[in-house]
Design a protein around this ligand. Structure first.
Ligand SMILES: [Zn+2]
Length: 86
């Protein structure tokens, strides 16, 4: 018997799943399911997820991090909400 891989899932599987989650939220205003949050935490992928998507604290929509208003440091805000603030 070859020794079994002790990690719960292979890297490729984890990457596929994290992108599945990212694509499921991107462009929606769904709050994150506990199940998805638990999965990200369990697989140490919270930072990766946060590096790709953020939830605007003003409108509650998920955006790619490149769409985050960059001169706002105290909260995560999309450019649309940021423009309305001015
Ligand atoms: Zn917003």
């Amino acid at each position: 018997m070859p020794s079994l891989n002790t990690t719960p899932s292979s890297n490729a599987e984890v990457m596929r799943k994290v992108w599945e989650i990212i694509e499921r939220y991107q462009g929606t205003c769904n709050s994150m399911d506990d199940e998805d949050r638990d999965w990200l935490e369990g697989n140490d992928m919270c930072d990766y997820f946060d590096g790709e998507l953020f939830e605007c604290e003003m409108c509650g929509w998920w955006y790619e991090t490149c769409e985050q208003a960059d001169d706002v440091t105290h909260m995560q805000m999309c450019e649309g909400c940021h423009d309305e603030e001015e």
